[in-house]
Design a protein around this ligand. Structure first.
Ligand code: FAD
Length: 488
């Protein structure tokens, strides 16, 4: 079993070019996930000097660990938008998702991208009789918006369910193959991509942003923060606006590729899709989404995935996404020259693609009908602020829990916690007896870390930053590493 995402296996990410000089550009895109590459794609041949920087390899952030469904059937989003906003907002969001699906389909077709892109019907199901009404409401609103919806009591894999609906014209793909082809297209069209190039600070000098990496600086008129978590803007993602949700995924070989994907309405989330590659078919299951600060024992969550799906997996991994409190993403201008794309509510294949179009249109000063809908400076949803004490309470509990190291009982003997030079350190001893030492404190708000024994990462129980065995930051909101230095 591989403790990593299926998408990272055998994918060619192309050659690495690192930044080796100072630069001055019109537009700098920071972050080489689906948001960054999709934005750069729409800036090809627009008479602008554009560059993209990525701190590791392109695609290896959150996008490499998605389930890769491209669909507008996103749980009961349209009923929620109708309830918390209005019908017009729900319809506009639906239009935006269908437009994003069309952009992905056209990009793949025009560039003949090979990324295991298949048309499959999307299902929404429940096994809880109390949730049937939620799905019926979603059906009603989708039909009002002229979407054809079918009803079932069985999924195409013959699993019996209490109630399900399905829609057509939705897809699945291999997200990393898609991004690696986008990378080639961008490079061919003179948009340089610098990998292993981390932006460490952003300041303003007259009308230019100065983005410093460890050795060089890039001056740019406009900057797009395509970081997943836009931590350079402080404090943008307050708990009033977002929460973080973690899920556990497994992929296993199966006899055949089935042309559907499905998700349930209730928690814990259950989702399924199929993938085929080089004659092999895989079933991909996702189970148990939870707020990052609650139920954060990863080993137990992986165990639950194994038990509830009664499976052995060839690949297992976890992933975190940003959930917005008003159900809409944050895409657009923070000020005239600083733009962000984030908060995709676990539907980033469509929403990041949409971000690519909306952000590039904003940069090019072209009209786009979704700019107002997604405006990152919009007000907060007062109804959802009711959740604030619960979320803050969970974070404080995680923070204190992490400090008293209650979690030690979770770990096997190859994990140790010590104090060296007055600093708390954590040690992982690998199969060959080698010690991997890190500082046991997340640089973001100083929570102590939890060891994820399945993926071999140090994860922050408060805000979801993740670090590899030797302390390199894999995912934010921290932008700093926790590598132990002997003499420090
Ligand atoms: C469990 C799970 C399943 C999901 N399944 C689906 C699905 O089926 N369909 C769907 O539509 N969506 C899905 N999503 C959502 C989707 O995966 C994400 O919303 C999307 O991938 C986010 O893309 P991104 O480009 O914003 O972030 P990322 O892919 O994380 O890209 C950000 C990049 O910025 C880089 N970076 C960060 N800091 C710096 C810095 N200082 N300097 C330079 N580079 C930096 C990172 O290394 C990273 O590569 C899922 C999410 C989860 C959690």
């Amino acid at each position: 079993m591989k403790n990593d995402s299926i998408w990272k296996d055998n994918v060619d990410l192309g050659e690495i070019e690192e930044l080796n000089k100072n630069l001055e550009v019109d537009v700098l895109i920071i972050g080489g996930g689906i948001t960054g590459l999709s934005t750069a794609y729409h800036l090809i041949n627009k008479d602008l000097k554009v560059a993209l920087v990525e701190k590791r390899r392109i695609g290896l952030g959150i996008t490499s660990k998605t389930t890769g469904k491209i669909t507008f059937l996103q749980e009961n989003i349209y009923s929620k938008l109708n309830k918390y906003h209005d019908e017009k907002t729900a319809k506009l969001y639906l239009d935006s998702q269908i437009e994003a699906i069309n952009i992905i389909r056209n990009t793949i077709k025009q560039n003949k991208i090979k990324c295991d892109f298949y048309k499959v019907d999307s299902f929404l199901f429940t096994n809880d009789p109390n949730k049937i009404k939620l799905i019926k409401d979603e059906k009603e609103i989708l039909e009002k918006f002229s979407i054809k919806v079918n009803e079932y009591t069985e999924l195409p894999n013959k699993d019996k369910v209490k109630y399900a609906i399905s829609v057509s014209d939705t897809y699945v793909f291999h997200p990393l193959k898609y991004l690696s082809e986008l990378k080639k297209i961008l490079k061919k069209n003179n948009i340089p991509i610098y990998e292993n190039t981390k932006v460490e600070s952003i300041t303003k000098e007259n009308d230019l942003f100065v983005c410093k990496t460890n050795a060089f600086s890039i001056k740019s008129k406009k900057v797009v923060l395509a970081l997943h978590y836009p931590y350079f803007i402080f404090p943008f993602l307050t708990p009033f606006k977002t929460t973080l949700e973690k899920s556990y995924i497994g992929a296993k070989k199966c006899p055949s590729f089935l042309e559907f994907s499905a998700i349930n309405t209730n928690k814990p989330t259950e989702s399924i899709r199929y993938h085929k590659d080089k004659g092999n078919s895989y079933e991909i299951n996702l189970m148990s989404s939870h707020n990052i600060a609650i139920k954060n024992n990863d080993s137990k969550n992986f165990e639950n995935l194994l038990k509830s799906t009664n499976s052995n997996y060839d690949y297992m991994w976890s992933n975190i996404d940003i959930i917005t409190n008003d159900y809409l993403p944050y895409i657009g201008k923070i000020d005239n020259n600083l733009l962000i794309g984030t908060g995709y509510n676990t539907w980033g294949m469509t929403n990041a693609t949409l971000a690519g179009k909306v952000l590039s249109d904003s940069i090019l000063e072209q009209e786009n009908e979704y700019i107002e809908l997604l405006n990152p400076k919009r007000g907060m949803n007062l109804a959802k602020i009711i959740n604030f004490p619960i979320i803050i309470g969970s974070s404080i509990k995680s923070f204190i829990g992490s400090k008293i190291n209650k979690n030690k009982s979770w770990y096997s003997d190859n994990i140790k916690f010590e104090t060296r030079d007055g600093k708390n350190i954590a040690i992982y001893i690998d199969e060959e007896g080698k010690e991997h030492i890190v500082y046991n404190k997340c640089p973001h708000v100083k929570c102590s870390l939890i060891f994820n024994e399945v993926e071999k990462t140090w994860d922050c129980p408060c805000h979801g930053s993740r670090f590899d065995l030797d302390g390199r930051c894999i995912e934010g909101p921290s932008n700093y590493d926790i590598c132990y230095k002997k003499d420090s």
